[in-house]
Design a binder for this molecule. Structure first.
Ligand code: TYC
Length: 101
């Protein structure tokens, strides 16, 4: 970056700081996880209402994939881990993943 003030001329190099990326947390469809369990996950970990959770669950059921929310990388990572942990605890194969938004 270059700036001029009267006689002085300075050339500054901007530090290469990039803003933290955002990540979509995605749910994937499968043939075994009960619909009610997916709705519970969306309410419990993504703070959705029953209506919102049902809409997202049905979208995943229909299309194979759906977005639970968009978060900073560390938050998205934690949500993916929480969903996996809770699903395995309850013997469901539900898959949750993340990708850059
Ligand atoms: N397809 C599942 C069923 O018919 C329901 C389901 C929805 C599973 C969304 C996973 O992410 C999912 N029971």
């Amino acid at each position: 970056m270059s700036s001029q003030q009267g006689d002085t001329h300075t050339v500054e190099k901007k530090a290469a700081i990039k803003p933290p990326g955002l990540y979509k947390v995605l749910l994937l469809n499968d043939d075994y996880t009960p619909m009610e369990f997916v709705v519970l996950i969306l309410k419990k970990f993504f703070s959705m209402t029953s209506e919102q959770a049902t809409q997202v669950m049905l979208k995943v059921h229909r299309d194979g994939v759906g977005v639970c929310g968009v978060f900073a990388k560390d938050v998205a990572t934690t949500k993916v881990e929480l969903v996996a942990g809770f699903s395995r605890q309850n013997q469901h194969p539900l898959q949750c993943t993340m990708e850059e938004a």
